[in-house]
Write a protein of this length. Structure first.
Lengths: 148, 148
């Protein structure tokens, strides 16, 4: 899965044709990636509330949210194709397209960390550790590649 | 799954507390449901392009998109809780909250139809039929519950 996503991110970032095939216009790609992050962030937030004890732990709810986060994490990468640098008030920094390899490495760190959430979601302590590791990859990427 | 979602939709629609627990404020719920529909629509569109022969059929790509649509279809229902009738330029009609049972039935039709997509995605002909049935449930709900 990781290598498939990496290939998709690389292809989308490097080939305007590939991005065009998937999205009719650049704004569609930007809206898609923003939407995917919004939905992912919502479920990640629910997981965090449980990981950090703000809501009672429930293994079923935690697992459902962890599975959704792991699935959704794979999606927004395809929305960063060439030609999607500006538009729709994107907070994406130009560095994404200037240093695609670094962005891709950061994205893959996030994929690695989020892929571990489902297996960790059965226990509050392991969930807390796995959630923290995943949250650190979010922050790392936002610090480098997203405007405030 | 269907009954779980139906319960979630019913709960979210009837209980401001439930919606509040999941979303910090009504705008968050509206943004969440709009984002979920955007991502779902993107993957449904890719599936449709394949179902209707606009792009070459590829069982792997079709199955990936069908699985995503079936998963994403379960999400936006939770974003229609009480208090989310207006805001963020929502196109949701008041009928959603005036006739919740009818909205819920329309939502469940969509869930039924989209849940059949993964099994149908291995063959162009069965995919076309299943896609058409799912698209009809989208249109039905948009006609009744979404402003132009």
């Amino acid at each position: 899965m990781k290598s498939i996503l990496a290939a998709a991110v690389a292809l989308a970032a490097l080939s305007p044709l590939a991005a065009q095939a998937q999205f009719a216009k650049p704004e569609d790609a930007i809206k898609y990636r923003q939407s995917a992050f919004t939905v992912m962030g919502s479920h990640f937030g629910r997981l965090g509330a449980m990981a950090n004890g703000r809501v009672p732990f429930d293994a079923k709810v935690a697992t459902d949210n962890a599975n959704l986060v792991a699935t959704l994490a794979r999606l927004p990468g395809a929305g960063f194709g060439a030609g999607t640098e500006t538009g729709l008030n994107t907070r994406a920094k130009p560095e994404i397209w200037k240093d695609t390899a670094k962005f891709q490495a950061a994205y893959e760190k996030m994929l690695d960390a989020t892929s571990k959430l489902p297996a960790a979601a059965n226990d509050p302590a392991t969930l807390k550790t796995a959630f923290g590791a995943a949250a650190a990859t979010c922050k790392g990427c936002h610090d480098d590649f997203r405007r405030e």
